[in-house]
Write a new protein. Structure first.
Lengths: 263, 282
């Protein structure tokens, strides 16, 4: 299965997982047919940490993110979420997913449900909350993302920015331990990007463990504890935003940053 | 300015002229003429009353007053279509879900059923289901095959045939829901079945309602085929009347009139519903 023999996974047993390690990714490989999307990705995210993953399109950043809750199943490697080994056959993946919120580029709100029902569906099915309790929590989260007045609207009646904020509220209502963001502002009109980033920034400051794939370097600068730069399925460089943006070590990082920051 | 407005008005008027449903006028004209003949001409009136089953002699489905009012033949045609379609919806939903299942065995059973049905002419399937499959199934659960009425055999045949067509409709509906919906549901912790039931199917079914309506109309027409089982629906009544009186023109024109009245009514309701659906989507 291993296509890149020059970078074989080294650890055959899982790494030591500390109590504060929320996400441990060890030598992750993902193949789509003959295409190697991720080759040998390792990363540890500690509780309350905000990690921003940047890189050119096709560099494998979204694939890594989607592996973290097994929307993609890794070809090889191990992932631990709060100490739970995802590749273990006995692991209940649905239970893990309930603890890991995910926000998508295309929002993916349920079109046939109102905003309130979007936010209460999983609470009622998975968290077994009754309707009044689920609705109370939903309204709290809508308040938090700034659009409580849209509770009874339908997704198609909302702007992109509002839809994305509902999607964030939908995830938060499950009280997740980790939030994953897959290019959350890439499908938005420019004037709506800020309202979504503000919510994310607020979340980061509140101590949420977050992994964010984004092209918003401003967000990375102000919110990230670490920035991971990926290219061609591999990690090129990991550093604090200050170091990575101001004094990148690798040529590929410099090239990438010069292309996106020059304007 | 006024010239422009005038021109726009002209265009609008011309558009109305072009877009006017003349076909509907023609069809309503035909139906009106037939109605006039049935009401005023004794030969047509007699044919109509026989075909609709107004003279009795047809196996009773119930003793409701409306059956006597519209006739046992028409009742049988409508009843057959409604019951067979309801069963076909259930079969179609199950087979459609099987068709998109990850399970190889379930998926292949569903595809086998669908392709089998689609590969055999409807008329041939009606004979096969009514005279081979229904008696065999009855035997398997310990009932005498001969005790099953032709109407039930016919309904079974239509349900099995349309179940395969509706399975493909449901499959298309499920596939019309963007993949992101399933991913979002799964990422919230819903399992595959919960995501299908609460997120995918409600949207899929809404998307295929017009297609289901079309298949209902198609089934109403195909219900005429079960007359080959000697079920006394309006087609069988027309054949009986024509055979015994040699009034072929009256029999088959009245029969055409009855089917067209039902299908055009349904199709107009469907058009109205589709238009409302499009307006809602905006």
């Amino acid at each position: 299965m291993r296509a890149d023999n020059t970078h074989p996974p080294t650890a055959t047993h899982g790494p030591v997982v500390h109590g504060d390690d929320m996400i441990v990714i060890n030598n992750l490989y993902k193949l789509f047919g003959n295409v190697m999307a991720v080759c040998g990705f390792s990363m540890t995210v500690r509780r309350g940490e905000v990690v921003v993953v940047v890189g050119p399109s096709g560099s494998g950043k979204s694939t890594v993110l989607r592996c973290i809750n097994h929307l993609e199943v890794p070809s090889e490697g191990d992932i631990y979420i709060d100490g739970i080994h995802l590749e273990d056959k006995k692991t209940d993946i649905n239970a893990v997913r309930a603890e890991v919120g995910m926000v998508f580029q295309q929002f993916n709100l349920f079109g046939h449900l109102s905003v309130l029902d979007n936010i209460t569906l999983a609470q009622r099915l998975i968290r077994k909350r009754n309707r009044p309790e689920a609705e109370r929590i939903a309204l709290e989260q809508l308040e938090r993302v700034g659009i409580p007045e849209k509770a009874n609207a339908f997704p198609r009646q909302l702007s992109g920015g509002q839809q994305q904020r509902v999607a964030i509220a939908r995830s938060l209502a499950m009280n997740p331990k980790i939030m994953l963001f897959d290019e959350p502002t890439s499908a938005l009109d420019p004037e709506m990007i800020k309202e979504v980033l503000d919510v994310m920034l607020d979340l980061a400051r509140g101590g949420m463990t977050m992994v964010v794939v984004t092209h918003e370097m401003g967000f990375a600068r102000s919110a990230a504890d670490r920035v991971v730069f990926m290219d061609q399925g591999c990690v090129v460089e990991t550093a604090s935003p200050k170091v990575l943006f101001n004094e990148p070590k690798h040529e590929r990082t410099k090239l990438f940053l010069s292309k996106i920051i020059s304007h | 300015m006024t010239g422009d407005v005038q021109m726009m008005k002209d265009q609008e008027a011309r558009f109305q002229w072009k877009g006017f449903p003349w076909w509907l006028v023609a069809i309503i004209g035909f139906l009106g003429l037939m109605l006039l003949l049935i009401l005023t001409n004794e030969d047509y009136n007699r044919a109509f009353n026989f075909i609709r089953g107004g003279f009795g002699g047809i196996e009773k489905l119930g003793d409701g007053g409306w059956e006597a009012f519209i006739g046992a033949g028409i009742t049988l045609t409508i009843y057959t279509t409604l019951v067979a379609f309801a069963i076909a919806l259930l079969i179609g939903l199950l087979a459609g879900l099987g068709r998109v299942s990850q399970n190889i065995l379930i998926r292949n059973v569903a595809v086998t059923y669908i392709e089998f049905i689609r590969g055999v002419p409807t008329l041939v399937l009606i004979f096969t289901v009514a005279y081979v499959i229904v008696p065999a199934a009855a035997g398997a659960i310990g009932i005498s095959g001969q005790s099953i009425s032709p109407a039930i055999r016919g309904i079974s045949a239509l349900a099995v045939i349309y179940g395969a067509f509706l399975a493909e409709v449901f499959r298309a509906g499920i596939e019309s829901v963007p993949g992101g919906q399933m991913e979002a549901a799964r990422s919230l912790g819903l399992n595959g079945g919960q995501a299908m039931r609460h997120v995918i199917l409600p949207q899929a079914i809404r998307n295929v309602l017009p297609a289901l309506g079309n298949d209902f109309i198609a089934m109403l027409k195909d219900s005429s085929l079960i007359s080959v089982l000697a079920v006394r629906d309006i087609t069988q009544q027309a054949r009986l009347y024509a055979g015994s009186t040699f009034r072929f023109r009256e029999s088959y024109l009245v029969l055409t009139f009855l089917y067209l009245t039902m299908t055009i009514t349904l199709s107009l309701i469907l058009r109205w519903y589709e238009r409302r659906l499009r307006q809602d989507a905006r």
